[in-house]
Design a protein around this ligand. Structure first.
Ligand code: COI
Length: 353
């Protein structure tokens, strides 16, 4: 437990923000939390107005990408309390990313108390509009002014927040990627680090030029098995069974993925975490037995796939209104996040206001 110095903004931007037309990631709340790591430990954090950070052109992260981040969401419950969805799982995942990127781990106090103070201060930025939330972006980067290749000795940890709507507007059309790879086994694919997203930009741009919103990544060795989709984990439904690729060193351990699997099993729905080949889905599409395909992610929540281009042919998937299983799972997840139904898994972290 530590006390955090707060420098309040002299001029809130809240009244200038149009909450009725939010996009993902375009507007930031008034404050941010900042903590420095030096001499082997985290220093006392401060909350300041959301502002630019200045750094030397020789700052390590700019050259070698030693940086990790998380994405969480906060919601406003009916009684005004603040509900943050599964911060402990995000905390653990952030530290798993830190270990892989050779960065110091965040302490639980710094992460959770820092988050609590920041969200309490900017609570009026949590949107109550349908489908909207306050997106929370904790991140850490190597801050040494040094351009030799080695782990930095100093780091900065920052949390800022952003009122958002859904990441995707509606359904997405996807194409199976069999040339480029997002991540290889033994690499950094499971870590939430910028390099994975940088690697996805060119293939995603090429897919966009062909008329697709996103890619379905396949494995790096044979392009035979599905991995994940851009910014989301991937789920298929055949014979009322949810099938999703198993976690590995090249797949991000999604918090929404885990939540959907837990809810589905609890509802008596069969879930198989196993390798899924491109051939298997191709055959299911040919036979018309692919009931559903969707992505899961914090930013994307559940995003339905409307069409898949596989082996050069585009297949349409069933109307979203007919996809009973994923619609029901989505609704249950939303209800838990908003505190509308009992939170029997204790996923919400509640801040009383
Ligand atoms: C999230 O779902 O929180 C993500 O981090 C995806 C993102 C890169 C927008």
């Amino acid at each position: 437990m530590f006390c955090i110095d707060i420098e309040r903004t002299p001029r809130s931007r809240l009244n200038e923000t149009d909450f009725s037309s939010l996009e993902f990631g375009a507007v930031y709340s008034d404050h941010m939390l900042v903590a420095d790591y030096m001499e082997g430990q985290w220093q006392k954090p401060v909350i300041t107005p959301f502002r630019h950070i200045s750094m030397s052109p020789a700052t390590s992260v700019l050259h070698y990408g030693q940086a990790v981040f998380e994405g969480m969401k906060a919601f406003k419950a009916e009684n005004g309390d603040i509900l943050i969805f599964r911060p402990d799982m995000h905390f653990k995942r952030m530290n798993a990313s830190c270990r892989r990127l050779c960065m110091p781990e965040i302490t639980h106090d710094l992460f959770l108390e820092g988050l609590t103070e920041l969200i309490k201060l900017d609570k009026d930025w949590i949107p109550s509009e349908h489908g909207c939330s306050l997106y929370i972006r904790p991140f850490m980067y190597a801050s040494d002014e040094f351009i030799g290749v080695k782990p930095s000795k100093t780091y900065k940890f920052i949390i800022f927040t952003s009122p958002v709507s859904g990441y995707y507007k509606g359904t997405v059309k996807v194409i199976v990627e069999t040339e480029y790879v997002r991540a290889a086994e033994g690499g950094i694919g499971f870590a939430k680090t910028g390099g994975n997203y940088a690697a996805s930009l060119l293939p995603a741009k090429l897919a966009y030029e062909k008329g697709y919103h996103q890619l379905l990544w396949t494995d790096s060795k044979e392009h035979k098995y599905f991995e994940e989709s851009g910014t989301m984990n991937l789920m298929f439904i055949i014979n009322d069974t949810i099938i999703t690729p198993p976690l590995s060193s090249s797949i991000l351990a999604g918090v929404t993925r885990d939540s959907i699997i837990t809810l589905a099993k609890d509802m008596g729905i069969n879930v198989e975490e196993r390798k899924i080949s491109v051939d298997e889905i191709h055959e299911a599409l040919e036979r018309g037995i692919l009931q559903d395909a969707f992505g899961t992610g914090t930013a994307a929540t559940i995003t339905h796939i409307s069409a898949i281009n596989i082996k050069g042919k585009e297949y349409q998937l069933p109307e979203v209104s007919r996809r009973k299983i994923s619609n029901q799972l989505n609704q249950t997840l939303v209800d838990i996040k908003l505190g509308n139904i009992p939170d029997k898994y204790a996923w919400n972290y509640r801040i009383k206001v």
